[in-house]
Design a protein. Structure first.
Length: 337
């Protein structure tokens, strides 16, 4: 699938649920979200039909996200069925890691290729505060389980929020002894500014990836350790995403930076997003969406194909993220990041 700006779209991110077992302060309100009626959520059969048609059109890679995808029952079965679809070469998962250790062996058996684990800090107390009650030990066990299961690459993502004062150096150093890809993501203006999706985004809380890298290098110098060097070409962890990678010399893993705000990568955008209620979104930062659920429930395969083409035609050339007034009003827990 080529869009009107010449980009090939071969990647689909699917949110399996809005629900989550955590309440991260930048993503969800403390009391949780209003429950979406069960019948509004796409069934696994509907998801599989959509992916089959999308794969015929050229989608090659699928990522499962949420909310927290592992709170939905039967994800292993979904992975197995996605794996069996002609054309799908890569199935990955974005998870907060809390339930990962328990699910990891069966997910791998089912055909999961890769996993991204979200973990914003290595300080157990701060982790509890950011996630409003999460236990860091569970996530660390999830990371170890992913490595033990032979998943490669294992990426660990931290959203950097200036007022949280996270220890970026300690996080980056986790890449030294184990083949972990520790990545920083700039805090994005998602959700309405009233804080209904979290505490409310503020520009003062955005810290650019360049600043984070400079802080890591300054700490390395203080500690008498060599600083980060760029990782190019085939040494980059695969996945086709927008991160830029660096590495401590001799480290087993890498340190990645995802800068949607300070260095946007719309020119390389290769994806569509399907929300848990079956809305197809051409761009993370726009509220334009196409009702795939109704078409899946009432239409033919040709109708689904036509919807994909419509969404393809609607992919904007680039987003207007710096301008919060134009950013999406829907929370990240609904779109899936
Ligand atoms: N629950 C899963 C998890 O946390 O990995 C999957 C869904 S979560 C919405 C996907 C990713 O979006 C997480 O890494 C989360 O930290 C990130 N995220 C949420 N709100 C964000 C924001 N405003 N800016 C940047 N990343 C955000
Ligand atoms: Fe849940 Fe992920 Fe949002 Fe945290 S970032 S509240 S883990 S959906």
């Amino acid at each position: 699938m080529k869009d009107s700006h010449g980009r090939t779209i071969d990647y689909l991110r699917i949110s399996l649920t809005d629900r989550c077992n955590l309440r991260c302060i930048y993503c969800m309100p403390a009391e949780g979200i209003e429950q979406v009626p069960h019948e509004s959520i796409l069934t696994f059969d509907e998801i599989l039909r959509f992916v089959r048609i999308a794969a015929e059109a050229g989608v090659r890679r699928v990522r499962l996200t949420g909310g927290e995808p592992l709170v939905r029952k039967g994800v292993e079965g979904l992975v197995r069925d996605l794996h069996a679809i002609d054309g799908i070469r890569d199935i990955s998962l974005t998870t907060n890691g809390i339930l990962l250790a328990k699910h990891m062996p069966r997910l791998v058996e089912a055909g999961l290729s890769r996993v991204n684990i979200s973990m914003d800090t290595l300080d157990p107390e701060q982790y509890r505060e950011i996630t409003r009650g999460g236990n860091l030990e569970d996530v660390l066990a999830g990371i170890s389980a992913a490595l033990a299961a032979g998943i490669n690459p294992v990426k660990v993502n931290a959203v950097a929020v200036r007022s949280l004062n996270q220890d970026y150096y300690a996080f980056a150093r986790m890449s030294v002894d184990r083949p972990l890809h520790m990545r920083f993501i700039e805090y994005m203006p998602v959700g309405d500014s009233s804080g209904s999706c979290g505490q409310g985004w503020g520009e003062q809380d955005v810290i650019s990836c360049d600043e984070i890298r400079a802080q890591i290098d300054a700490r390395a110098t203080e500690e008498g350790v060599d600083g980060l060097v760029p990782v190019e070409g085939s040494s980059r962890p695969d996945g086709g995403g927008p991160a830029r990678y660096w590495q401590f010399p001799g480290a087993a893993g890498t340190v990645g930076f995802i800068s949607p705000l300070s260095r946007h990568f719309c020119g390389e955008c290769n994806r569509f997003r399907l929300t848990s209620t079956g809305m197809l979104r051409p761009c993370l930062f726009s509220d334009d969406e196409f009702d795939a659920r109704t078409v899946l429930r009432e239409g033919t395969d040709d109708d689904v194909r036509a919807l994909l083409q419509q969404a393809l035609g609607a992919k904007p050339e680039e987003h207007t993220q710096g301008d919060h007034a134009n950013a999406t009003q829907v929370g990240m827990n609904q779109i899936g990041g």
